[in-house]
Design a protein around this ligand. Structure first.
Ligand code: ADP
Ligand code: ADP
Length: 222
């Protein structure tokens, strides 16, 4: 579903990403690991078409991401480290609003179910998002991905700053999405969690994918 061929991003003389080749298929959770500045966000941002490559290509379903129409974009869901929601609206209202932008209209009951399935407690749904923990906001993000029936998830450090419980819950949700055939590309610092939930692990260093393996090929021992 997601594929990059010699994907490269330069800023002046500086190469943020150098000839990246990867593919992420249905039901894959591809975790990009690496130190700050390794090029993880750059990769995610290229697939989102937030930035343009200097060379090479990023495709989703065989189509260059710069050529995606509105319909194809609907297949994509992006959850950054800090999801932007309207703080003065409730979780329900946020979900309703963002679904509407994608021309999907759900009944109140359906919105509630989406949030419940994404692990948001019922008594929070009608409270303002400003009272939510970060983990709760990320659950709204997952609910939105489900609502849009996203087939591709792009995640940039989605669990950084979450406590272990919230982080576990988030992993569970990712595994559920994987079960539904979603293709996930996730930038993360968390080796342990990458090992736990990832089907593929890529290690990036200074813009280069230096290692790449399927996660059951590795055993991490200290
Ligand atoms: P990571 O997500 O792995 O921390 P990034 O992809 O954010 O790394 O950044 C890779 C490198 O590219 C870093 O050295 C960063 O400073 C640089 N970089 C990112 N965006 C820009 C930009 N707009 N202009 C110049 N350099 C940038
Ligand atoms: P992340 O935590 O995802 O690595 P950063 O804090 O590195 O994010 O970058 C945040 C934003 O600033 C990104 O859009 C990135 O492209 C941009 N950026 C990062 N490094 C630079 C830089 N050296 N010059 C200009 N923009 C940058």
């Amino acid at each position: 579903m997601l594929k990059s061929v010699n994907l490269t991003k330069k800023y002046g003389n500086f190469t943020a990403l150098n000839e990246l080749n990867l593919s992420v298929k249905e039901g894959d959770i591809f975790c990009l690991l690496g130190a700050n500045g390794a090029g993880k966000s750059t990769t995610i941002n290229l697939f989102l078409n937030f930035i343009s490559p200097s060379a090479g290509s990023a495709t989703i379903n065989g189509l260059d991401v710069s050529k995606h129409d509105k319909e194809t974009k609907q297949l994509l869901s992006y959850i950054p480290e800090n999801l932007m929601l309207y703080p003065n609206l409730t979780g329900m209202e946020n979900l309703d609003f963002f679904c509407g932008l994608g021309n999907k209209n759900y009944s109140k009951q359906e919105l509630e179910n989406l949030l419940l399935q994404s692990g948001l407690q019922a008594d929070f749904m009608n409270r303002r998002v400003s009272s939510y923990s970060k983990g709760m906001r990320q659950k709204v993000g997952i609910a939105l991905a489900r609502a849009r029936e996203a087939k591709v998830l792009l995640l940039d450090e989605p669990t950084s700053g979450l406590d272990p419980k919230a982080s576990n819950e988030f992993s569970e949700l990712l595994l559920e999405m994987k079960g539904n055939g979603v293709a996930t590309l996730m930038a993360t610092h968390d080796l342990f969690r990458a090992k736990e939930t990832g089907t593929h692990i890529g290690i990036m260093k200074q813009g280069v994918l230096i290692e790449h393996f399927e996660s059951d090929e590795v055993s991490f021992q200290d």
